[in-house]
Design a protein around this ligand. Structure first.
Ligand code: B1M
Length: 220
């Protein structure tokens, strides 16, 4: 393994940990120039940085602001690396359809979940905000995901998650997917009550749950 390659991957990782947007752009360009495959630059560089950020968050050294900044830094790196990703390069862990539920326009948290899931190797279809139950059902029919993710930030909209689950049941699609929910007003109890399979209080735990589901599915 060349030291130049190692040095660039370490810089990609450190730029994520230090939210260095200018640095990540330079390091991503240098990775391409040095012939490092884009997928390796993402997974062995930036995603490793995201793992460190996730750990620091869990240990209380980093907070939400740092998660958001790391997500933004990663997005800038992705803008440079994504065009160089070859089809079939990424061994996908599974497909996730995700959105913020009907009536709710909050998407900052959902976008962090999307970034972390993509960085972890999931194929993510982001339906955006204010997504009706019908739209979720249509998306499940069209994309045949392994996981459906829903986000809600308002006490008035979190109830719409139940509508989505009911609509999936009516369409005969409920058992084809795992369902994860998240968002500030939610609780584990609420998630159970509406019939979701998982609840995550933050994006890092959300991705961990999805990864666990993916590895269980692969073992079957
Ligand atoms: Co609004 N808002 N907002 N807001 N807003 C809150 C949520 C509120 C708590 C503020 C307050 O009063 N203290 C309050 C809700 C009260 C309630 O329902 N109990 C509120 C309100 C009332 C409103 C409006 C009604 C205000 C008005 O117009 N009168 C209005 C509603 C609009 C609508 O949605 N229809 C409104 C509008 C807005 C803005 C548009 C201005 C803006 C959103 C911009 C955007 O998202 N693009 C906004 C913002 C920014 C906030 C606060 C300040 C911050 C939310 C945020 O982004 N947090 C918020 C107060 C607060 O939360 N402190 C507030 C950061 C984000 C990273 O966290 O989204 O929780 P969060 O995501 C976390 C976890 O929850 C989890 O992972 C993320 C990262 O770790 N997670 C998941 C989230 N989704 C997940 C999904 C998963 C797994 C994990 O799996 C699928």
């Amino acid at each position: 393994m060349s030291s130049k390659r190692e040095e660039i991957l370490a810089r990609l990782r450190d730029c994520i940990v230090n939210f260095d947007i200018d640095g990540i752009k330079d390091a991503a360009r240098e990775a391409i120039e040095a012939g490092i495959p884009a997928y390796e630059a993402i997974m062995e560089g930036m995603a490793k940085g995201m793992d460190i950020v996730g750990r620091k968050y869990e240990e209380g050294e980093y907070f939400l602001a740092e998660l958001i900044m790391a997500g933004e830094t990663m997005k800038e790196g992705m803008k440079i690396l994504e065009p160089y990703l070859k089809a079939g390069d990424i061994p996908k862990l599974g497909r996730v359809v995700i959105g913020t539920v009907e009536g709710d326009l909050h998407d900052i948290g959902k976008n962090i979940v999307v970034t972390l899931l993509s960085a972890s190797g999931f194929d993510v279809i982001d339906l955006g905000v204010d997504v009706t139950a019908d739209k979720f059902v249509e998306a499940v029919k069209q994309y045949k995901p392994d996981i459906v993710g829903m986000s809600a930030l308002l006490t008035t909209t979190m109830v719409n998650m139940k509508k989505v689950i009911e609509a999936l049941k009516e369409a005969g699609l409920r058992d084809s997917v795992k369902i994860i929910v998240g968002g500030a007003p939610l609780t584990e109890e609420f998630a159970k009550e509406i019939g979701a399979d998982g609840y995550a209080p933050d994006a890092v735990l959300g991705v961990e749950i999805c990864k666990k589901w993916a590895s269980t599915a692969r073992k079957k």
